[in-house]
Design a protein around this ligand. Structure first.
Ligand code: ME8
Length: 520
């Protein structure tokens, strides 16, 4: 039997102190695209997302809402589930850190770390930022307004003094550096990797992993005056979801170590320093990769609730449609860089790349076939020429290129690769002028339209992970069977001349701005 190819991909689990916004949708979307591509490419995929429900930040949000924390998290967590549905995310699991399976898992990892001497009891005196749920040293702090100090992220800090358990992080410095050295692809992009390496080189202090001054969290086994530090609790979700502590289970053996933890750059340190150290200390393998993507702003401004400029993904989807929003987010910004959302940029992509490029290509080819070829896949009738072969070779080269690009999370380049072929196909339509061949050489017209239909089939197939609905409409219009839409069918499943096609319909209408000033 062939060896099964597997792929385990995770999003951060989101804090339930807030409603989901475009940033959350972005991270999960990137994972969804990869999960869908890997499934298409024959992998058994496990795609995990969920919510992070413990800690002081969530406790405070519940207090502010005047609801007990459990009831509050039940309510807010649903928003993230609904976001997943609205965006058609194909996650296989949705974890909540308040579930029993997670409690069992976090307590098990704690016991393992304690029994093996990686955790000791001491006391913490230092700065804490509730917004980041992170401890900071004096030297890390920045000057804030009115002579105050803030965390590097700008979050307010408070002085904390309390008994605390510590994880011996200082003991892991050399092993972490060695691990980064042996696994150059562990942290991407490269620039972020360098930041992490220099942080670890500058020396690691032991990490406080329990708190005693509030209650909303997982109790420390055997010492329930303490609750576990929310990041130890949260990071462990990635192994809970594959069955930890049952490391012999089929799911754990199949999927651990994870292939990719996708995160925003704000939480890279937790994933690339603390998490591999916890795992190695617990005798488990670290994940294969952590990718830290960039940060979105809104029309040039930081996105924040207090500025009142939070972009709600659902509103965008209602306005522009789901596929255009998915396309825009994956195409607009080189993945890894920061990006700016603007309606003008969104409309330009919609009308340019979608309506003009792919939309027109499909529209003109399919309607010419409907009119001139009796609504059936045309027959090339031995009239193929070198220009047809050249276009088909360009199309065939997309798949291996996409595999490489998606394996380095280069979503924008993957779309660029597909859109290069779309551009090529549109130029081919113009230069071959099949409408003129109708009278002069109908057999040659058949060969040209066949070449185009076949190119569109390959484009449609590869667009599926990015725009599942539009892709399926394209493939339906070419009567591509449902079971011939994976990469195995890429070269093996060429269109069969004579196959009846449904009546063509437009795939990407142009967006017409209703209000002045919206651009277009
Ligand atoms: O940090 N641009 O949860 P969180 C791009 N619970 N991405 C953004 C963004 C923006 N403006 N804003 C948020 C936590 N994100 C922890 C994670 S994991 C074990 C625990 C995305 O709700 C980005 O992925 O604050 C960022 O890392 C994440 O949301 C932070 O979500």
């Amino acid at each position: 039997m062939a060896v099964e190819k597997t792929y385990y991909i995770t999003t951060p689990i989101y804090y339930v102190n807030d409603v989901p916004h475009i940033g959350h949708a972005y991270t999960t979307l990137a994972c969804d695209v990869l999960a869908r591509f890997k499934r298409l490419d024959g992998y058994r995929v496990h795609f995990l997302t969920g919510t992070d429900e413990h800690g002081q930040k969530v406790e405070k949000a519940a207090e502010a809402a005047g609801i007990p924390p459990k009831a509050f998290t039940d309510k807010v967590s649903v928003n993230f589930r609904e976001l997943a549905e609205a965006m058609k995310f194909s996650n296989d699991d949705f974890i909540r850190t308040t579930e029993d399976r997670h409690l069992r898992s976090v307590q098990a990892i704690w016991k393992k770390l304690l029994d093996d001497g990686h955790i000791y009891l001491g006391s913490y005196a230092g700065w804490y930022a509730v917004r980041d749920e992170a401890f900071y040293t004096e030297t890390e702090l920045k000057d804030g307004p009115n002579g105050t100090k803030t965390a590097p992220s700008g979050a307010t800090v408070e002085w904390v003094e309390e008994p605390s358990y510590f994880f011996r992080l200082s003991a892991w410095q050399d092993r972490l550096l060695e691990f980064y050295d042996r696994n150059p692809g562990f942290i991407l992009p490269e620039s972020r990797r360098n930041e992490v390496v220099s942080f670890v080189r500058s020396g690691l202090r032991d990490l406080s992993v329990s708190r005693t001054t509030f209650k909303w969290g997982v109790p420390v086994p055997g010492d329930d005056a303490h609750i576990m530090y929310v990041w130890l609790d949260a990071l462990t979700n990635y192994i809970t979801a594959v069955g930890y502590p049952d490391t012999q289970s089929e799911i754990f053996r199949t999927f651990w170590p994870a292939d990719l933890h996708m995160v925003g750059k704000d939480i890279l340190r937790f994933h690339a320093v603390y998490w591999p150290a916890f795992l190695m200390a617990a005798g488990l393998e670290p994940p294969r990769r952590v990718f830290a993507h960039g940060w979105w702003t809104n029309e040039g401004q930081k996105i924040s609730k207090s500025l009142g400029n939070v972009i709600e993904p659902r509103g965008l989807v209602e306005k522009y449609g789901l596929d255009p929003v998915r396309y825009f987010l994956m195409r607009e910004v080189p993945f890894g860089n920061d990006g700016d959302f603007s309606h003008r940029a969104m409309i330009n992509r919609l009308n340019g790349d979608l309506a003009n490029d792919i939309g027109n290509l499909c529209q003109r080819v399919l309607s010419m076939i409907a009119k001139n070829c009796d609504g059936r896949v045309p027959d090339p009738e031995g009239k193929e020429g070198p220009t047809d072969a050249a276009l088909l070779a360009r199309a065939a080269a997309m798949l291996p290129k996409l595999r490489e690009e998606l394996d380095t999370q280069s979503f924008h380049n993957a779309l660029g690769t597909i859109w290069d072929v779309i551009g090529e196909a549109n130029r081919y339509v113009d230069s071959e002028a099949p409408w003129a061949l109708r009278k002069t050489d109908p057999a040659r017209m058949g060969a040209v339209l066949y070449t185009l239909a076949e190119t569109i089939r390959q484009i449609g197939l590869l667009v599926q992970p990015f725009m599942p609905d539009a892709a399926s409409r394209i493939l339906d219009q070419l009567s591509v069977p449902r079971n011939a839409r994976d990469t195995a069918a890429y070269t093996a499943g060429r269109l069969v001349p004579g196959t009846a096609l449904p009546k063509p319909e437009g795939v990407f209408p142009r967006f017409v701005a209703e209000e002045a000033g919206e651009g277009a």
